[in-house]
Structures are given as structure tokens and as C-alpha cells.
Design a protein around this ligand. Structure first.
Ligand SMILES: *Cc1c(COP(=O)(O)O)cnc(C)c1O
Length: 822
């Protein structure tokens, strides 16, 4: 970024100096100490987050050479320990970050494109970046850095090296766009569309539209699709005609497109009154991609890119992986597939992703030439620095530029002039037990490299996205008051996700309690190093000694269980913490009203059993038509809990709410709530859109592809048929893995290359067959997604008459669980 000094800003930031040293030029800003390569010339701005406080890393940043700090908690920056530093205290460090970002933006003399809207922002940004970089030096934000913090970080990347900047602006609630606009001040704004995302946080769509449109205030050109009626009406009503650039697939607009879908792709015909008519080709056929492309084309033409260039470059655009993902590779390797662009910012993000994987594997980088403006030698020096910083100990370089600079790399390295040369050299034992980042610019077609490294006949995996877990957790945390404790249900192997790993994460995030169904599950968690208190829902006499040995806290639901446990604790002289389950209408386990008085007597005379909590379980908290019953349950619970706790010296925790309860009756959060299915990303209520993400993706490879004639049958009992003939894929997943047999015969489907492939015939024990006739690109070894993004578990469950809980917990132990951060 444009160099500056902290002193220059001290007045406009409206804070106070904690200590001042020499003025030093600042060229980079960091909010995460782990990603700092050289502290010299850097500013560290610690932010206070939900789970970590950046201020705890001030000394780590100092040790890396940072001498400039903007802090929000002055007590955490001790001048004596940070000698020679400039430390400035502000009320709000995010605001300070934004202020500097806005300053850097104003210094930028190129064209700045800002993108807002509900869907497609990141893809429009990436595609536009790819097309424009043929004609201009383009700076764009990595991935979806579009938030209150992501946008400033993106804007710091702008400097006089670039001619065009592309920044995405994402908001989730009112009040946010004002800030983003102040920073971005786009010259050209693209408004992609207005959909339901984040509706819940706005009074209505109108308010959301108004909010998003704040980005357009100062833009010279506003690009939008006039086929979106409310958006078009709003823009025409609020902005002068000469700033609006419209496109349409239906009627009159500045640019009119007609898209014709063919077997192998689409033909886009563009009409512009003063330019004439042009035809472009693209491999995309789906509606969303075509809409995104029309935005991209309109923006390119508005910027003056020639139709010839667009024509040549358009077919090169490829689908964009929105997130970095891990794939299982040959010889126990894991592959991070990031093969659609390659610049320094993207490389750094990918390396951070690598850093975050909880894996003990050697790190390897397979890298193509970078598409990065600036001095070539210094670009590769920077790559070598990043590799050293992130502990990458092996390199494969592909391309002439990286080969020219091979001397800067001091780890074992090989270089190849082309992707083809590398693939020819790729033997099966070349990589063993490594974490491999595959990062290549589009034209190097590194997807071939990934294909070569991927383990072909690998079995079914359940991938667990730990980031989504964190977000879901935070969402439910935000629904209840800070004083309310959060117990998380990790029974049934954490709803299929794998209890030890998920529990470890919950411990880090600050859950207060865990709950399991049986003592064995609790023992497993203790052995994995979980220190949180653990409640055990069902225990019997055989378990008692484990409860004591592993400090597990049983639920007591009957007088007979209470007596047995009381005897055990007396004989062994071991105090035990217990939880009392009150049956208020579920009619499952629990004390009933008649038991309360005798229970009270027992409690009084059994000091070794201490009551840690009293709870009840709601039978129908998800169903508004049962609210009267639920209210009754809650009222009964409060009455009976009061009677019980009257005689107790220590006041026990009271809790009643499961996930649906938290969503619908937060006023009954009491001392604690019990979060279950919601943490795993499933909304048990439905009807509104909550900011939840399913944490698991169940996938499996295609084992074989076959042609099927109309007269042939597929699978057991000859139940499957393709009336017109076609192609089927056999998948390595069956009912013994948890793919329910009721999904057979077209009831269920899987996603292959993002397209639906319905089942054909009966699901077998270890395999099933799906129809891929309409997915010509499906190949053996390709991945089929059974459950994942874009498929609502509740919809799938409904197809076979069950509930998401059952789908999740049916995924059997032989399915490998893989955990990652994105
Ligand atoms: C499973 C369970 C929960 C969590 O239920 P969800 O619907 O998954 O939120 C809460 N309390 C008890 C007693 C449970 O058994």
C-alpha cells in the first residue's frame, strides 16, 4: 500500500498516544500476528473477537519486528515490553482500520469497481478480474473478503502498481453499507441482484435494497439487470439516467443479451445500439452463471474492453471453487485444490488455510507461474518468503517464469516447463503423506494435476467444516444472554460428526458443558483430553465406577436409580455430581410429580450426591401448533424445580431448551440451554432462513460408469430402468454406510459436478447406482456429494419419511471423518 506514518494519522483517528518513538514508514497492516512475515514497516491492529482477543498477540507481533500498534485495550500494550514502538490508543480498532483503508482508497488513481447484491458477487469479481487482467493490471480482494474487516484488508492492497481495483461489499444487517461505501467509493458499481439472503435481519426487502444501494451513492456508472423489476424501478427512481447502465435478456436496455443453450455450452448474442451485434461462447449453461456473465460482459464493455478480446478470453472462464477444500490424495496425502487463479494475495490466503489444518504432515507446494504485476524477481522472492514462513518444505514449480527464478528457493525443488511435462513425470510414489497445496493460474490447467494426485478409489468420507461449526455455535450463543450457560449435545458421536474432534473445538470456543448418551462416550471424550464437565443421559449400575473415575455426571431420572447411586457413593465414599430429569410431559425418562416429595427426602439424607442441575425436555418445541403444551411443560418444570431446590444448599442450574426451544422460547433460557442439531447446521424449526451452515459433507467417488440400454435393468431385483437408455455411475456408498435404502429407485439423488443424479434401482449394502445421462462430464473417480451444500437435509429426510437427526446419525463408523477449516 501507499506508505504512511502513524503520526500522520494521529489526529484524524481521534485517539491518544500511549507512547511515541521514531516515525517509521508503514507499508503493510496486519490484524493477525501469525501471518506477519516481516514486522519491519508493518502496523499491527489487534481486534477483539468473540473467542480470541488479538491484543494477546501484541508481543508475538513485536517479536517479529513490528514497531507500530493501534490498540483498543491500552492495558494490553505495555510500553516497557515494547521498547522503540509507536503505540496509539483508539476507542474502536475496526473503525481505525476502516479509516486508514478509506485514506488508501482515496490515493488510488485507477478505476475502482465495487460489487454488491445478494448472490454472485464473488464469482462476478473473480471472472471480471480474470477478463480485465488481459488488458489491465488488476487488484482484487482474495476470495470473499467483503465484510467490515475484509474490505479494509482488501483496500490495503491497492497502490499505484494497479490500474483497476475490484472490491466486493457484503452486508448482513442495516448500518453496514454506510461504512463500506465510505471506504470503497466505487467509480463503477455493480448491483448483481436482490435475493432472500439475510432477510431476517432487515425489516423488509425494501430496507435491504435501500441499504445495499448506499454503495452506489457516488458511482459514475451503476451496472444492473433491468429484468429484476423492483431493483430496476428503485434505481430508475433514485439515480439520474446517465449514471445507469442496464442490461436485459427480455427487452429494452443499454445492452441486450440473448442466451442460447446448446449441448456443450451457451451462445450469448449481445446487441448494443451503437456497437451492433456480437456473439460470444461460453461453457456455462446454468441460469446463475449466465446472469453473472452478463454482468461481467457489461462491466468489461463499460470499461472499454474490446469485443474481440472478450470473444477470445470468455471461453477460458472456468467455474470457481468458492471455498478452499481438502481432497484425499494418493499415499495418505491431502490436497488443497486451489487451481483457478494465482497471485500473491491468493497464495497467501491458501497458505493460511494450509496452516490451519490440524495435520501433522510435511507441507508441499505445487505452483505455477504467478500472474502478478510488479518486478518478477521480487515476486518469486516473496513466494520463497511465504514458503519459509508457512513451513513449506518442498516445491514443484511449473512454468518458465518460476523456473527462471529457481535460485531463490532453498528447499528441495523441481521445475517443469509445462503442466504436461509435470504430469508425465508424476509417478504414484512421488508424494507420500504430504499436505500438498496445488495452486496454479487458470491457463496452467492444474485441475489435471489435482486429478493425478487424487486418490481414485478412496472410500466415502464425511468432511466436517470446523469454520461452520464455529459460526453456528456463535449464532446460538448470540440468541441467549451472556449469563446463560451453553451445554452442547455431542451424543451419538456428535450427531454423526465425530465426538472427540468436535468436543475439542467446543472446548476452545468456550462451551460450558457437554452431554453424551452413555458413559462410554464420556470416557472416550476424557481419553481425548476433554476437560469440560460432561453430563451422561443414561447410566446404569455397571457404569458407576467409570462415572467416578472419569468425572462424568449422570442424569438421575428415577428414585430407584437415585437409591442405587446413593448406595454406590456411600460404599465407595465418592461424591458424585448428578442432574435431575423432570418429566413434564415427554413421558420418556424423568421424575413425575408424585416423586418430588420422596426425592426431596432422599436428597436431604444423601450429601454425597450433589445436584448440579435440574432439567426437563420439551416434546414439541419446534411446532407452533403445540405451543400451549410447551408452555405447560415449562410452567410445570419451574414449579417442580422450585419445590426441589428449596431444600438444597447449593442452587442447581435450571435448563429446559433444546435447539428448537432456543429458537422459539429464548425467554426460557434460564441458567443453561442444551444445543443439539442446530450446532450441526440444521434448523429444526424451518420456515425462516437462519445463518446456519451444515457442517458435514458426505461424499464418495464414482467407481465405474456404464452405458445402459432401454431394455436393460439395473441392480437387485431388476428394479432400475432408464426408459430412453443412458449412462449410470456406480458409487461406493450403500445402506451399510448410512445411505438409506429408501433413497433407491429415484427417490434420492446425489450431486455430481453440481448437477442432480437420481438413484437408479435399489440401493445395495455397499454401493448404489445413479443416473448420469445428463452429466456428460462425469468420470470415474469424480466425487459425488450425498449430503452437502445446496441440499437441505430436512428436504432429503422428508423424501423418505424421516428427520435430519436420523440421516446424520446413520452415517456409520466405517465412513472416514475428515476435519478442516476454510
Ligand atoms: C438430544 C437432546 C437435546 C438436543 O436436542 P436438539 O433437538 O438436537 O437440539 C437436548 N436435551 C436432551 C435431553 C436431549 O436428549
Amino acid at each position: 500500500m501507499t506508505p504512511f506514518t502513524l503520526q500522520e494519522f494521529s489526529e484524524s483517528l481521534d485517539g491518544t498516544w500511549i507512547t511515541r518513538a521514531h516515525e517509521t514508514a508503514i507499508e503493510a497492516i496486519f490484524i493477525d500476528s501469525r501471518v506477519i512475515l516481516h514486522g519491519k514497516g508493518s502496523l499491527f491492529v489487534p481486534l477483539t473477537g468473540n473467542t480470541v482477543d488479538g491484543h494477546d498477540f501484541i508481543s508475538a507481533a513485536y517479536e517479529k519486528g513490528v514497531r507500530n500498534f493501534i490498540v483498543q485495550i491500552p492495558g494490553k500494550a505495555v510500553p516497557n515490553e515494547l521498547t522503540g514502538s509507536n503505540i496509539y490508543h483508539v476507542k474502536d480498532s475496526v473503525a481505525a482500520l476502516q479509516h486508514i483503508a478509506a485514506w488508501n482508497r482515496r490515493r488510488f488513481e485507477g478505476v475502482l469497481i465495487g460489487i454488491t447484491g445478494s448472490n454472485g458477487k464473488t464469482i462476478v469479481k473473480e471472472w471480471l478480474g480474470q477478463l480485465l487482467s488481459n488488458d489491465y493490471r488488476v487488484c482484487k480482494s482474495p476470495k470473499s473478503y467483503n465484510s467490515q474487516i475484509g474490505v479494509p484488508l482488501s483496500l490495503f492492497g491497492l497502490d499505484s502498481n494497479y490500474q483497476v481495483g475490484i472490491i466486493e461489499a457484503g452486508i448482513s444487517r442495516p448500518g453496514e453499507m454506510q461504512n463500506l461505501e465510505k471506504m470503497i467509493q466505487p467509480d463503477i458499481a455493480i448491483f448483481t441482484n436482490l435475493g432472500p439472503a439475510h432477510d431476517a435481519n432487515f425489516i423488509n426487502r425494501e430496507q435491504k435494497l435501500n441499504e445495499k444501494a448506499l454503495l452506489l451513492q457516488r458511482a459514475n456508472y451503476i451496472i444492473f439487470c433491468s429484468d429484476h423489476e423492483p431493483l430496476c424501478r428503485f434505481l430508475k427512481g433514485n439515480f439520474p439516467e446517465d449514471r445507469l447502465v442496464s442490461w436485459s435478456r427480455k427487452g429494452a436496455a443499454d445492452y441486450v443479451f440473448s442466451c442460447k443453450r446448446r449441448e456443450e455450452g451457451s451462445r450469448i448474442v449481445m446487441m448494443k445500439p451503437d456497437l451492433g451485434m456480437f456473439t460470444f461462447h461460453t461453457g456455462f449453461t446454468d441460469e446463475a452463471s449466465l446472469e453473472n456473465l452478463c454482468h461481467v460482459l457489461t462491466a468489461c464493455l463499460t470499461l472499454g474492453v474490446s469485443t474481440e478480446n472478450i470473444h477470445d478470453w470468455l471461453p477460458q472462464l472456468k467455474p470457481i471453487e468458492m471455498r478452499l477444500t481438502l481432497k484425499s490424495g494418493i499415499n495418505e496425502c491431502l490436497i488443497i485444490d486451489d487451481t483457478y487463479n494465482n497471485d500473491l494475495a491468493g497464495l497467501e490466503v491458501a497458505m493460511q488455510f494450509m496452516e490451519n489444518q490440524p495435520l501433522d504432515k510435511k507441507r508441499t507446494l505445487i505452483l505455477s507461474d504467478l500472474l502478478q504485476s510488479g518486478d518478477e524477481a521480487s515476486v518469486y522472492e516473496k513466494v520463497a518468503e511465504l514458503m519459509a514462513h508457512y513451513g513449506v518444505s518442498r516445491l514443484v514449480g511449473v512454468g518458465s517464469a518460476i523456473t527462471r527464478h529457481r535460485k531463490v528457493f532453498d528447499v528441495p525443488a523441481e521445475f517443469f516447463p509445462s503442466t504436461l511435462a509435470f504430469i508425465k513425470n508424476l509417478s504414484q510414489d512421488k508424494f507420500v503423506n504430504e499436505l500438498i497445496l496445488v495452486k496454479g493460474a487458470r491457463k496452467f490447467a492444474f485441475e489435471e494435476v489435482v486429478r493425478g494426485l487424487e486418490e481414485k478409489m478412496h472410500g466415502t468420507v464425511l468432511e466436517i467444516n470446523l469454520n461452520s461449526l464455529v459460526q453456528n455455535f456463535r449464532y446460538y450463543r448470540s440468541l441467549v444472554s451472556d449469563a446463560t450457560k451453553l451445554m452442547v449435545m455431542v451424543k451419538a458421536s456428535a450427531y454423526g460428526g465425530g465426538a472427540p474432534e468436535i468436543a475439542k473445538q467446543l472446548q476452545v470456543m468456550g462451551a460450558d458443558y457437554l452431554a453424551v448418551a452413555y458413559s462410554d462416550e464420556g470416557v472416550e471424550l476424557r481419553k481425548a483430553g476433554i476437560k469440560l464437565p460432561i453430563l451422561v443421559l443414561n447410566s446404569n449400575k455397571e457404569d458407576f465406577k467409570h462415572l467416578v473415575k472419569y468425572e462424568l455426571e449422570p442424569v438421575v431420572y428415577s428414585l430407584s436409580l437415585f437409591k442405587r447411586l446413593a448406595n454406590f457413593s456411600l460404599i465407595n465414599d465418592s461424591p458424585i455430581k448428578i442432574h435431575l430429569d423432570i418429566d413434564t410431559g415427554m413421558k420418556r425418562l424423568g421424575f413425575e410429580e408424585k416423586d418430588i416429595d420422596p426425592l426431596n427426602e432422599w436428597i436431604k439424607t444423601t450429601p454425597l450426591l450433589s445436584v448440579a442441575s435440574i432439567f426437563t425436555h420439551l416434546a414439541a418445541a419446534d411446532d407452533p401448533s403445540r405451543d400451549l403444551f410447551t408452555q405447560q411443560q415449562l410452567k410445570r418444570f419451574l414449579d417442580q424445580a422450585k419445590k426441589l431446590s428449596k431444600t438444597m444448599k447449593q442452587k442447581p442450574l435450571l435448563h429446559a431448551l433444546n435447539t428448537a426451544g432456543i429458537q422459539r422460547f429464548p425467554e426460557y433460557s434460564l441458567d443453561m440451554v442444551r444445543l443439539g442439531i442446530g450446532l450441526y447446521g440444521v434448523d429444526p424449526v424451518g420456515g425462516t432462513s437462519l445463518p446456519l451452515t451444515q457442517i458435514g459433507t458426505l461424499k464418495t467417488p464414482i467407481a465405474q460408469i456404464k452405458n445402459v440400454l432401454p431394455e436393460e435393468s439395473v441392480g437387485y431385483g431388476q428394479k432400475g430402468h432408464l426408459a430412453k437408455g443412458g449412462k449410470i455411475a456406480t458409487l461406493n456408498i450403500g445402506y451399510a454406510d448410512g445411505f438409506d435404502r429408501r433413497f433407491g429407485n429415484g427417490v434420492g439423488f446425489v450431486l455430481i459436478h453440481g448437477q442432480k443424479a437420481p438413484t437408479v434401482g435399489n440401493v445395495c449394502m455397499d454401493m448404489c447406482m445413479v443416473d448420469v445421462s445428463s452429466i456428460p462430464s462425469a468420470a470415474e473417480g469424480d466425487e459425488a456429494v450425498i449430503y452437502g451444500e445446496g441440499m437441505k437435509l430436512s428436504d432429503l429426510a422428508e423424501k423418505i419419511g424421516t428427520i435430519p437427526y436420523e440421516l446424520l446419525t446413520n452415517i456409520t463408523q466405517r465412513v472416514k471423518r475428515v476435519y478442516f477449516w476454510d
